[in-house]
Structures are given as C-alpha cells and as structure tokens.
Design a protein around this ligand. Structure first.
Ligand SMILES: [Mg+2]
Length: 381
C-alpha cells in the first residue's frame, strides 16, 4: 500500500460549554485530522488532539510532526500494520500523538482494503476471533460546574441511561470536593462513580481524600497526584487508599504500565491513543492491564471527534469489556465533523453504530473545512 496524497486539517471546534479541570479550562477542541489517499483511490482518516499538559502537544507542534511523518510515509510501502510502529520510528523519534494520527489513517485504509472492521482486525491479530459479538460499551459522563448544575446533569443523563461518571476535582478545597463527592455518590448510588484530579493534589491531601468516609462509594480515583512524583509516593497512596487508584497522566504506554505493575501502585489506567502512539499499542496495553487484573478506562482527550471516538472504541469492542467505561468526548462538542456522529444509546455505544469496514466512520470533508482553526489552513502533502 502506498500513500499518494495527504491532507492535514488543523481544527478548532467549540465545546457546548467550557470544561473546567484542575489545571486547564477548555473552551474548544483543538484537534488535527488527516486524510490519506492510497494508490487505489481509497481514503483513510486519522485524528489526534492537542494536550499541552498531558503530551506536551500544541496545535502547531502536532501539525509540524504530523506533516513531517506524512512526508516520510509517502516514500514507504505500507504492508503489515504490525510493522507500522517500527516504520514510524525510522522517520521520527517520540511524538506519540502524531504517530497515533498517522497510524489511525493507515489502519483505516488497511482495514477498508481488507473489508474488515478495525475491531475485528484487532481480534483476528490477537487470536480473539472466537469471542462473541461485543456488548455495548458504557460511556462515561463528566460532572462539573455549580452543585445545582452537577445534580441537574446527573439526573438528566442518568435518566438517559448513563451509569458511569467522572467528577472533576482539585479546583476547590479538599473539604468542598469531599462534600460534592458524598452528595453525588448518594444521588448516583449503585453506578460506577469516579473522580479525576488531573494531578492537582499533593500527596498528603490525596491520602486524606482517599481515607475519608465520603469517598467510600467511589469506584476509583484517577490521577490524584502529579505524574512527576516519585514512584514510592504512588505506592504509599495506593496502600493508604480505601478505594481503587486509577492513573492517567502517569501512564503513556507499556513501560509505565510495567513499572507500576511491579510496584503494585495502581488498580487500573486510562488509555488514550494520543499517549500510547495509536490503536495497536493501545490494544496491547489494554490486554496487559486485563491480564494483570487491572481495570481499563478508555478515553479521548477533551475533546476529539467521532473519528477518534470510533478508533478508540475499536479497542473496547475487540476486548469485549471496558470496566471503567469509555470517555467518548465528542458528546461535549457543539458539532461533529461526521454526518453520522457517534451518539450514546441508553448511555452506551454499540458496535452496530460503526460501518462494516475500517474505523467505521468518515468525516464529511466540507464540514471539516468549516471547522478549520482560525488563522490556519489545510495542508496538502
Ligand atoms: Mg484523566
């Protein structure tokens, strides 16, 4: 398979409402779309979002590395996807987000040519084809804003069928966050409720949080402390905590997963394609978590479109279960760039929402062009 043409789209899509996290206030999704065309005229699509505080990527840095990688990719012959990562590394060091963008587009092309859905390809490559058709993946809904808004949203989305929740913490005092958690835990009793501090707590507060009675109904607490703290701090937090500990910013791929498994420092992890370097390495990481009885949360950065949502979901459909839910972030966008945007159905995503081959969803090019970030143009290579 050869790449004959590539178009890179730097996008900015406003969120329905701004999302406040402990260290970030997100008003729009800054994301890069890539359309590759092969020698037979097929198109494959990829996406990666900026995440300055998670991957260090900005729109300009991501554009630069995607363009560099694509220019190198055009002179390659693309055969077995298992060789993609080595091919990328022969062109560019590091840069997991850019590699995940290009890998997604190549995998879309490859699985379209083979007339197989991406999730089924993952199963076939990992001797999992015997598994039954995947159950719908539970979607995780974020809660934040004023207490009144959190309660109203929780009631509204629970009535729609959502059963997985993430409460963003770390912007308020520890006492105020504990009160919110207790109140929402009572309201949503029986559901999978989590908190995410996005690294905002110090170790002492994180331990106080995890030892408190108010958190007893939480299913897990994600990334309470900064990723650059010592491994022993994570071990201590895990030992002291009465609830399972999830990690996100600390876990980029296999090397961290292996390190934290050996240290017994976590109970599960949040995987994003922009961290793992793509679907294939994300799937490998998810399998290792599962084999070690660790829980998985699949996630898109706030926010990515249906395209990245579908590619991320392929990991969940291939595995057959996502115990800590899937944070599909296109649900927070004012508009999507796909005609048939992925939507929650009773709080879940069903594989039947994806088309028969490839990633299963394709952007509408005119919608993509309308979403170009201000001051940027599409890039053709
Ligand atoms: Mg997180």
């Amino acid at each position: 398979m050869k790449i004959t043409q590539a178009t890179i789209y730097p996008l900015s899509i406003p969120l329905i409402e701004p999302i406040k996290m402990a260290r970030e206030f997100v008003r729009d999704a800054k994301t890069v779309l890539l359309c590759l065309r092969d020698e037979e005229g097929r198109t494959g699509w990829g996406e990666a979002s900026v995440a300055p505080l998670m991957t260090g990527e900005t729109l300009d840095s991501l554009l630069g590395s995607v363009k560099y990688l694509v220019e190198g990719a055009k002179s390659c012959e693309w055969g077995d996807p298992q060789d993609f990562a080595d091919n990328f590394s022969s062109i560019l060091y590091g840069n997991a987000s850019a590699k995940s963008c290009v890998e997604m587009a190549l995998l879309d092309l490859f699985t379209k040519r083979a007339s197989i859905p991406l999730w089924k390809y993952l199963r076939a490559e990992n001797n999992l084809s015997h598994l039954a058709d995947p159950k719908p993946i539970p979607l995780l809904r974020m809660l934040g804003g004023s207490p009144e808004k959190e309660v109203a949203d929780a009631k509204e989305y629970r009535a729609q069928g959502f059963k997985h929740w993430k409460i963003k913490i770390g912007s308020l005092s520890l006492g105020e966050d504990l009160k919110r958690v207790a109140m929402l835990s009572d309201l949503l009793a029986g559901d999978v409720i989590s908190v995410d501090a996005n690294c905002a707590l110090n170790l002492e507060d994180a331990i106080r949080f995890c030892e408190s009675d108010e958190v007893s109904k939480l299913s897990f607490a994600e990334q309470l402390i900064p990723a650059d703290l010592a491994l022993e701090d994570f071990v201590l937090l895990k030992q002291k905590s009465r609830i399972p500990i999830g990690l996100d910013e600390s876990i980029h791929g296999m090397s961290e997963i292996e390190e934290f498994i050996v240290a017994k420092a976590f109970d599960g992890a949040s995987l994003k394609l922009i961290k793992t370097g793509g679907v294939l390495q994300g799937f490998e990481a998810a399998q290792v978590l599962s084999a070690n009885n660790l829980k998985l949360n699949l996630a898109c950065k706030i926010a990515e479109t249906s395209l990245s949502g579908a590619a991320t979901a392929a990991i969940g459909f291939a595995l057959g279960e996502v115990p800590w839910g899937f944070s599909m972030s296109n649900q927070y966008l004012q508009f999507d760039i796909c005609d048939q945007a992925l939507k929650a159905n009773r709080g879940h995503l069903d594989f039947a929402q994806l088309a028969g081959s490839g990633i299963g969803i394709a952007p509408n090019e005119s919608r993509v062009k309308e979403a170009l970030a201000k001051g940027y143009s599409l890039i053709q290579c």
